[in-house]
Design a protein around this ligand. Structure first.
Ligand code: FAD
Length: 377
């Protein structure tokens, strides 16, 4: 089959690995430049929590061990209280299961390299999907010199993220129930430099739960930590001046000022806007035997369960299984993908959203701090 994948993010590149290994002629189109060899860290978060769903998919293509070699195990949460004291909660003291912090860029690059190891996989960067003719399986791309190019495939997979152009054209061609919810919280990424690593308990996902807002930190291989502050967007706009930013942190996250460094903290706040968070549900995910959407294109979710990438990776496992391990026609495989995947994907979206509401309203309950934190990842 000639398969076109739109989007070379985490999910599109893993789909290319799966389908390349099955011997299909795969063409992946990504509108950004090839991330390999650049120092640019584009994307929504620098590191992510990898959990069992994602590991299962990586294992299926022989990459789990390689990914885990450069991943940092997080076998517990470290709760930072307002007074600066901390307490550790182990995730799984009996079976010792844990989640892993992985670098988004590293993982994306590794998946692209692996995809290219199949000679039948072709990666095309700097080409933007403009439209999809879903009934003929033809796509129109904008190429770097500004011209357009048409390509036809047997199957088009939209892995082009929350604002998917494939989904937009799918919805024009067939009835799709669709909803999109922006929550009133946004996020800002900060960082703890490697020289302060010794002040952070290793192998933990650190959490500063504060009722209406919270902060988390995940470790990076270079000894730095990526810190994410989640807060109402309206609160971000009140923190513009140095004294307000530092005052806010000294009141709510006193230990984080030293960890991040006052100068770095203020600089990051002043140089960056908070990003929005969106949850997207749609049903169905396919059109005939020609088009299917996966990953955030099908089910973007708020990040409070740390399951967006993991669920997208699981899509790849399920789609691959339906396309290859049964005697289904492509049409039937895609139909079953929509039927099978949708309730689970929507349930994860709901759980992620529910956890956001829990955090916002109930986080000060003692039981919540123990059980219901962001890191059900
Ligand atoms: P994307 O990563 O959005 O990739 C889509 C790709 O398609 C992009 O490369 C884009 O350039 C390309 N594209 C878009 N439009 C076009 C076009 N028209 N033509 C060509 N190419 C196009 N998930 C976890 O599992 N664990 C976590 O810990 C976690 N933490 C998160 C923290 C934050 C703050 C956020 C916001 C998300 C987090 N997620 C996490 C979710 C995770 O980032 C996403 O679920 C994941 O990146 C989705 O991958 P994707 O490939 O489907 O989409």
């Amino acid at each position: 089959m000639k398969i076109i994948i739109i989007g070379g993010g985490l999910v599109g590149s893993l789909a290319a690995v799966f389908l390349g290994q099955k011997g299909h002629e795969v063409h992946l189109y990504e509108y950004r430049q090839d991330p390999r060899g650049t120092t640019l860290n584009e994307g929504r978060s620098i590191n992510l929590a990898l959990s069992m769903r994602g590991r299962t998919a990586l294992r299926a293509v022989g990459l789990e061990k390689i990914v885990l070699q450069k991943a940092i195990p997080m076998d517990g949460r470290m709760i930072h209280k307002t007074d600066g004291t901390t307490s550790s909660i182990t995730y799984d003291p009996v079976l010792k299961n844990c989640i892993y912090s992985v670098g988004r860029k590293h993982l994306n690059e590794l998946l692209l390299d692996e995809a290219e190891n199949s000679p039948n996989v072709h990666l095309h960067f700097g080409k933007k999907l403009l439209k999809v003719n879903v009934s003929s399986g033809t796509i129109t791309l904008k190429v770097p010199d500004g011209a357009t190019e048409e390509v036809k495939g047997d199957l088009i997979i939209g892995a082009d993220g929350a604002h998917s152009a494939v989904r937009r054209d799918l919805m024009k061609a067939t009835p799709v129930t669709f909803s999109q919810t922006y929550i009133d919280h946004g996020y800002l990424e900060l960082s703890i430099p490697p020289e302060n690593n010794h002040m952070m308990a290793p192998n933990h996902l650190h959490i500063w739960p504060r009722g209406k807002f919270m902060m988390i930190a995940l470790p990076n291989l270079d000894g730095s930590w990526t810190v994410t502050l989640f807060m109402p967007l309206s609160s971000f706009t009140t923190l513009r001046a140095t004294k307000d930013i530092l005052g806010f942190f000294q009141t709510h996250f006193s230990d984080a000022v030293e960890l991040i460094g006052a100068d770095r903290l203020v600089r990051t706040f002043m140089a960056n806007e908070a990003s929005h968070l969106v949850s997207i549900k749609c049903s169905k995910y396919h059109y005939g035997s020609k088009v299917v959407i996966i990953g955030d294109a099908a089910h973007a979710m708020v990040p409070f369960f740390g399951q967006g990438m993991n669920a997208g990776f699981e899509d790849c496992t399920i789609l691959n299984d339906l396309l290859h391990n049964h005697d289904y026609s492509v049409n039937r495989a895609l139909e079953l993908f929509s039927i099978k995947r949708n309730p689970d994907a929507e349930a994860i979206c709901d759980l992620a959203m529910y956890n956001y509401i829990e955090m916002r309203d109930l986080v000060n309950r003692k039981s919540f701090i123990i059980r219901k934190t962001v890191d059900n990842m």
